[in-house]
Structure formats: structure tokens, C-alpha cells
Ligand binder design. Structure first.
Ligand SMILES: [Zn+2]
Length: 331
């Protein structure tokens, strides 16, 4: 089948100089060192991650979309850009600079490149204001990290931010970051392989088990990255715990699985069996194509996992590859 393809989970990193980054924090704010088509995200004088020009060059990005047969790609910040641990006096102008740079990238092909804003989530009032400003400027939604220090999505302030986004019609992508596990996750990319899916699971369960979904309006559009982490596979365990332990039911009046209709996930699970389970648990109307491009852990042939899946109907594929994203982001 030939289907419209919209990728809702991809990253950018703008050409930020070391001097611009130093205004947020000289050692901890990221900037981009480039050498032709290759580059390095730097933290102060230390290399953080090798990258290539699809990440920052909008013309190369469009070439990449063409190579991948993608109609539209939604780009969001690389999480190292969040700056949640910095004072708001510096973090707000930083977020605004990142958001303005994102729009400059998208301006090369505004029909095909869409961008999500970042907000200084350590200050809820400023975060709400920046989310609204970004919406007015042309961002199609906001990406947030799944936590701010020790505060998860059930924190009263973060819940206020979610209410604001629901009221203003701002869709949200929740991305895991600042991964748990510390030194135990030091090797073999364990932060990505163990901590990231656990962070996402924690984000989703924070909203379900705290009863936040009971208070948040059904109009809230919220999507979790990486297929929702471990959520689909672990849902039986959560329901079982809710049935048998009163401390799990304490703040959550309904069976956890009854809340799957309140959020979306992307399709970045990299295995047809996992995708089958994900679609069975969430429903084809709650999964959106997401690649995590252009990083090496992203889907290299974007959309192949969905479009070549033997167990999904053409109608499912069409919803996952484009229909759901059109409705979710209004694009
Ligand atoms: Zn990502």
C-alpha cells in the first residue's frame, strides 16, 4: 500500500554556539560543534554525542524526508536541551531561543517540517506562558520530559501545566530523559535500554495511579514516546496489583487498563511482535508512527515496521502512519 507517512517523533538540535550555551550554563548547557556534515553536541568543552547534519540542517532534513518517503515530520528538541535544572531567569530565554531556532528550521518547508516547543517546566507559570506563546508562533505542540528532578507527572504543578495544555488545545509529547539508575546504568547503553522504558512507564503510571486522569479533561492530547516504554507488556501486572492490593487502588478508582483511551503512544518498538501487542493493548487509533530519527537508535527505514507488518490491516496502517497524527496535532 502507499500511505501518507507522518513521523511524530524525531529530534533536532540547532546551531547553538558555545557563547549562546554559556548564557544558560557554561559547562552544562549543550552547543553544537560542526565539521562539515559531521558534528558533536558538546557540554562545555566535553563531547556529549556525535551527530550528523540531518539533525541541524533543514535542507539535509528535507532530503532525508524524501529518501524516507516521509510526507511530514514532527521535530522536537534533543532532551539534553531541556535545561530544567537551571534558574528560570536563564531557562526561559533559553527555551525561547530553542523554540525560535526550531521555527527557523521548519520555515524551509513549513508544510513538511512541524515543530514541538520546549518549556521551562521547573516554573509552571513560565512553562504555561511559553507553551501558549509557542502555539501562537506556529509550534504544533509541546514536548516535555517525563519528570523534573524528583517530580513526576502527578505533581500538582505539572498537573496544572497539563490542565493548561488541555484548555489551550496544545498537544503534548512526553519523552523520557534524565534516566534513573545512576552508576548501575553506566555501560552498554543501559540508560537507553533499561532506564528509558522504565522512565516512560513511570510517567504513564504517575498519571493513572495518582488519579490525575480523573481530574484532567478528556480533551487533553498526550502521547508517550517509545511505544510507552514497558507499559503495554506490563499492563497485566499493574491491573493484577490494582485488584489485589489496596495501596495500588488508593488514588485510582478504576482499573488501570481502563485509562488506555486517555493517551497515545508512538510506534518505536522495533519488533513486529511488540507492535502487535502495542496495537492490541492501545488500539490502532492510539498509536502514531514515531521513528526517533535521526539518531542511531531510531528506525532506520521510517515506517517499515508498521507498513510491512503482517498482522495489521490497511486501515490500521493508515491510522498509525498518518490519520491519528493529523487529528492529534491538527496537521
Ligand atoms: Zn526521542
Amino acid at each position: 500500500m502507499s500511505a501518507l507517512k507522518i513521523d511524530i517523533h524525531s529530534h533536532f538540535f540547532p546551531r547553538i554556539t558555545q557563547a549562546e550555551a554559556a548564557r544558560l550554563h557554561p559547562q552544562r548547557a549543550p552547543w553544537l560543534h560542526t565539521d562539515g556534515r559531521h558534528g558533536q553536541i558538546m557540554l562545555g568543552d566535553k563531547p556529549f554525542r556525535p551527530v550528523h547534519d540531518v539533525l541541524w540542517d533543514p535542507l539535509r532534513r528535507i532530503e532525508h524526508l524524501d529518501e524516507q518517503g516521509l510526507d511530514i515530520q514532527v521535530m522536537c528538541a534533543t532532551p539534553v536541551m531541556f535545561g530544567y535544572d537551571q534558574p528560570i531567569e536563564r531557562a526561559l530565554p533559553w527555551a525561547q531561543l530553542m523554540n525560535d531556532r526550531a521555527l527557523e528550521m521548519a520555515a524551509v518547508a513549513p508544510d513538511r517540517l512541524k515543530v514541538l516547543a520546549q518549556v521551562p517546566l521547573q516554573d509552571i507559570e513560565a512553562a504555561c506562558c511559553e507553551a501558549s506563546r509557542a502555539k501562537d508562533c506556529g509550534h504544533v505542540g509541546v514536548q516535555i520530559g517525563n519528570h523534573v528532578g524528583d517530580l513526576d507527572l502527578d505533581d500538582a504543578g505539572l498537573e496544572t501545566f497539563l490542565h493548561h495544555c488541555a484548555k489551550e488545545g496544545i498537544p503534548l509529547l512526553v519523552h523520557p530523559w534524565d534516566m534513573m539508575g545512576g552508576e548501575r546504568m553506566r555501560k552498554w547503553m543501559l540508560r537507553w535500554l533499561v532506564s528509558m522504558p522504565a522512565e516512560t512507564q513511570l510517567g504513564i503510571l504517575s498519571l493513572i495511579l495518582s488519579g490525575a486522569f480523573e481530574r484532567l479533561p478528556e480533551s487533553l492530547r498526550i502521547c508517550f514516546a517509545h511505544g510507552g516504554g514497558g507499559f503495554a507488556f506490563l499492563l497485566g501486572r499493574v491491573d493484577n496489583a490494582w485488584r489485589h492490593r489496596d495501596i495500588v487502588r488508593e488514588d485510582c478508582p478504576n482499573l488501570p487498563s481502563s485509562y488506555v483511551k486517555r493517551f497515545f503512544v508512538d510506534s518505536a518498538v522495533f519488533d513486529p511482535r511488540s507492535l502487535r501487542l502495542l496495537v492490541e493493548v492501545m488500539g490502532a487509533d492510539r498509536v502514531m508512527l514515531g521513528s526517533d530519527s535521526p539518531f542511531p537508535l531510531g528506525e532506520q527505514s521510517i515506517g517499515a515496521g508498521v507498513l510491512e507488518h503482517p498482522g495489521l490491516t490497511d486501515a490500521d496502517k493508515s491510522l498509525i502512519c498518518a490519520g491519528n497524527a493529523r487529528e492529534f496535532f491538527g496537521i
